[in-house]
Design a protein around this ligand. Structure first.
Ligand code: SF4
Length: 381
C-alpha cells in the first residue's frame, strides 16, 4: 500500500472487517471486542505484519483474550475524584484537563480511559460552558490539557472553537492537545490545511500550543506520520511524545532507544514514559515497575541529549510518581506532581518487589495486588 497517497483512511469497528484475522481468531476475539471497544482503520492496519502473531503494532490495536482476566479498575487513577464540573478534571493546581471527546482514531487495547468508550459513560460533554467558566474562575490554571478520547478526531471547526474560548482567558498560557492521531491517522493532519491554520492562529510566541503525541513503537514513525509532525511544527506547535511501556509492544531497551532517538531527530522531545496503568483488562499489557526501570535505564544509556529527556512515571491517584532508581534491594520513587504542592518532591523508598506493577503493590503489599506473575520470573531470573 502506498502510505503517503492512501488519502482518507477507512475506519472499522467490527472484527470481520479486519482481513488479517482467521475465522477462528475472529470467534475467539469477539467477546473481547464486545467487552472493550474495538476500532481501527486501514492505514494503521497496513502497518501490521500479519505473519507475526506477536507483531507489536497488532498488539496495540487488536484484542487479546487475556483482557478477559479479572484484573484492574475501570478508573485506575481515580480521575473521578478530581472531576470538578462535567468534563473537567483539576488535580494539579496549575493544570486543568478537559475531556472533549470520547472517540479515538483507533482504540489502544491498554487504554487507561477505556471507560469513556462504554455505552453508559457520560463523563464527556460537548458543551464546555461550565468547564470554561471553572477555568476562568481559577487564575492559578495556566495550562489546559485537551484530551478524551482524541481531540484531533474532532472537526477543525469544533476544536478551534474550544481553543478560541481558552485563548480568551488571559491566565491560560499553554494549551496542550493529547493525540494519537499523529500515529493512528496522520492523514487527519496531511489532508486538512485549516487545522494547521487554526494552530498557527492560536500558538503564539508566548502562549504556545503543545501537541502531546503518542507514539508507542518506532514502526509508527512512517513517512506520512513524520510529514504530519513536520506540518504541526511548521504551524508553530511544540511537539512532544508520551507513551506507556507495554508488554509485547515496546518493553525492550532497543525499541525504546530507537523510538526516543528517532522522535528527537524529528523535533519531538520524549516527555513521559508511563508505567501501564492497572486498568480493567490490562493484565496482558503490564510490565512490573522494576523491570520497566531496567528497560528505561538501558535505553537511556544508548541515547544522548534531548532523546534521554523522558521521565519514567506512574500516574497514580495520589500524584505523578517518578521511578528514580534501585539501590541495595530498595526502590526509590519521588512525587513529580502532587495535588498538594507540599508533597511535590517527596521521596519514597520501599523494599524491592520484582513482581510489583503499581505503587499500591509497594504501599499496601498485603491488601492490594496488581503484581504481574509471568514477568516477575523474567526479572528475577
Ligand atoms: S489514544 Fe489515548 S485515549 Fe485513545 S484509546 Fe489510545 S490511550 Fe486511550
Amino acid at each position: 500500500m502506498d502510505l503517503v497517497n492512501i488519502g482518507r483512511p477507512r475506519y472499522v469497528n467490527k472484527l470481520d472487517q479486519v482481513k488479517g484475522l482467521s475465522e477462528q481468531e475472529r470467534q475467539q476475539l469477539q467477546p473481547v471486542a464486545e467487552k472493550f471497544a474495538f476500532r481501527t482503520n486501514d492505514y494503521y492496519q497496513s502497518l501490521i505484519d500479519w505473519n507475526d502473531p506477536d507483531d507489536p503494532i497488532r498488539r496495540i490495536v487488536m484484542p487479546d483474550v487475556q483482557e478477559m482476566e479479572e484484573f484492574g479498575e475501570l478508573d485506575a487513577s481515580d480521575e473521578h475524584s478530581y472531576t470538578r464540573v462535567k468534563g473537567l478534571e483539576h488535580k494539579y493546581g496549575d493544570t486543568a484537563l478537559l475531556l472533549v471527546n470520547n472517540v479515538c482514531g483507533a482504540y489502544c487495547r491498554f487504554c487507561f480511559r477505556k471507560r469513556l468508550f462504554t455505552d453508559d459513560n457520560d463523563e464527556v460533554t460537548s458543551d464546555i460552558t461550565d468547564a470554561v467558566e471553572y477555568i476562568r474562575q481559577h487564575p492559578e490554571i495556566n495550562n489546559v490539557l485537551l484530551s478524551g478520547g482524541d481531540p484531533m478526531i474532532m472537526s477543525t471547526a469544533k476544536l478551534g472553537r474550544i481553543i478560541q474560548q481558552l485563548r480568551d482567558i488571559d491566565h491560560v498560557r499553554i494549551i496542550r492537545i493529547g493525540t494519537k492521531m499523529t500515529a493512528f491517522d496522520p492523514y487527519r493532519i496531511l489532508n486538512d490545511p485549516s487545522l494547521l491554520e487554526m494552530l498557527s492562529q492560536y500558538s503564539l510566541p508566548d502562549r504556545k500550543i503543545f501537541v502531546m503525541a503518542h507514539f508507542n513503537h518506532p514502526r509508527e514513525l512512517t513517512e506520512p506520520a513524520l510529514k504530519g509532525l513536520q506540518l504541526l511544527q511548521k504551524a508553530g506547535a511544540i511537539t512532544v511524545n508520551q507513551s506507556p511501556l507495554i508488554r509485547g509492544v515496546n518493553d525492550k531497551p532497543e525499541i525504546i532507544a530507537e523510538l526516543f532517538g528517532r522522535l528527537s531527530f524529528n523535533g519531538v522531545v520524549p516527555y513521559y514514559l508511563f508505567i501501564c496503568r492497572p486498568t480493567l483488562g490490562n493484565e496482558p499489557y503490564m510490565v512490573p515497575v522494576e523491570k520497566a526501570f531496567e528497560i528505561f535505564e538501558e535505553a537511556r544509556r544508548r541515547l544522548a541529549g534531548l532523546a534521554k529527556n523522558a521521565r519514567l512515571c506512574m500516574s497514580h491517584r495520589t500524584g505523578k510518581v517518578e521511578v528514580l532508581g534501585k539501590l541495595d534491594g530498595k526502590i526509590v520513587f519521588r512525587y513529580h506532581r502532587a495535588p498538594d504542592p507540599v508533597d511535590c518532591g517527596r521521596v519514597m523508598i520501599f523494599d524491592s518487589d520484582p513482581a510489583a506493577a503499581w505503587l499500591d503493590d509497594y504501599l499496601k503489599p498485603e491488601s492490594v495486588s496488581y503484581r504481574v506473575k509471568t514477568q516477575a520470573q523474567t526479572v528475577s531470573a
